[in-house]
Design a protein around this ligand. Structure first.
Ligand SMILES: Nc1ncnc2c1ncn2[C@@H]1O[C@H](COP(=O)(O)OP(=O)(O)OP(=O)(O)O)[C@@H](O)[C@H]1O
Ligand SMILES: [Mg+2]
Length: 244
């Protein structure tokens, strides 16, 4: 049984907050005192070089990785220690790094697995194929044989099928052609304008900063700059050159 009973209150203040988060693996700290505050309805970018701790940070935010210190707050409530599935029911959904589809299941079956949140398969499929018609033409194809871009479309279609309040997306653009990235980001804009809060984690900052309302730059486990995209431009180069 979940210890989290009430739905997320989003009317006031940040919808998602990390306060003083420390996290690591096998006793080695890789996230060192991260504070993040994401407002309802915004697109928030978390950028930084390889190994900065971005994926670990969003895994903590989704309660997939336990912090060693600090708090995760959702709608102002501390949710530390919640099970990821409980957080998902409260409206936080993570699309992890890599192609987060079931490769040995068809497109249709992947969407069917997203019905656990209570939305009917017909509706999920009509939304997915309406937005990404190529998925409709590949309904019976194994997801593992889709192109990289098609797999990300399917991953996003699965994620929005649970009607999230906060969608965390880790490296959406990884390895994809600019035209596909533009299409996926177009979809991100649409879901954000429909009221979903989106946190985009990207290693390649330039692509995502044009889309974000606010951004944070991470380097060596710490936030080294945060603000509007134009305000963080200044620290980007130093972060990527390893000077921060
Ligand atoms: N499961 C794990 N076990 C041990 N160390 C890990 C694990 N996952 C990540 N790390 C280490 O933690 C550090 C931060 O990794 P993380 O994946 O959070 O960074 P990142 O900013 O997402 O990097 P990238 O841009 O390459 O995705 C790295 O040094 C990495 O090697
Ligand atoms: Mg990562």
């Amino acid at each position: 049984m979940s210890t989290l009973a009430a739905p997320v209150e989003t009317a006031l203040g940040p919808i998602l907050e990390l306060r003083g988060i420390h996290a690591g693996y096998h006793g080695i700290e890789v996230v060192s005192g991260v504070d993040l505050s994401v407002l309802p309805g915004e697109i928030y970018a978390l950028v930084g070089p390889n190994g900065a701790g971005k994926s670990t940070t969003v895994a903590v935010a989704a309660c997939l990785h336990a912090p060693t210190a600090g708090d995760v707050l959702l709608g102002g409530r501390v949710v530390n220690g919640a099970r990821p599935q409980d957080l998902c029911h409260l409206g936080v959904c993570l699309v992890p790094e890599g192609r987060s589809v079931f490769p040995n299941l068809s497109v249709h079956e992947n969407l069917w697995l997203a019905t656990h949140a209570g939305v009917a398969l017909d509706e999920i499929e009509s939304r997915a194929y309406g937005r990404f018609p190529v998925l409709g033409t590949r309904r019976a194809q194994l997801a593992g044989t889709l192109s990289g871009g098609e797999q990300q479309m399917l991953a996003l279609a699965r994620a929005v099928a649970v009607n999230p309040a906060v969608l965390l997306v880790d490296e959406l653009s990884m390895g994809l052609a600019p035209v596909i990235i533009a299409e996926l980001y177009g979809f991100i804009r649409e879901i954000a304008s429909a009221g979903v809060t989106v946190v985009l984690v990207e290693q390649f900052a330039r692509t995502v900063l044009g889309l974000a309302d606010r951004a944070a730059v991470m380097s060596n486990g710490k936030i080294v700059g945060a603000g509007r995209p134009d305000e963080v431009e200044g620290v980007l180069e130093a972060a990527y050159l390893g000077a921060l």
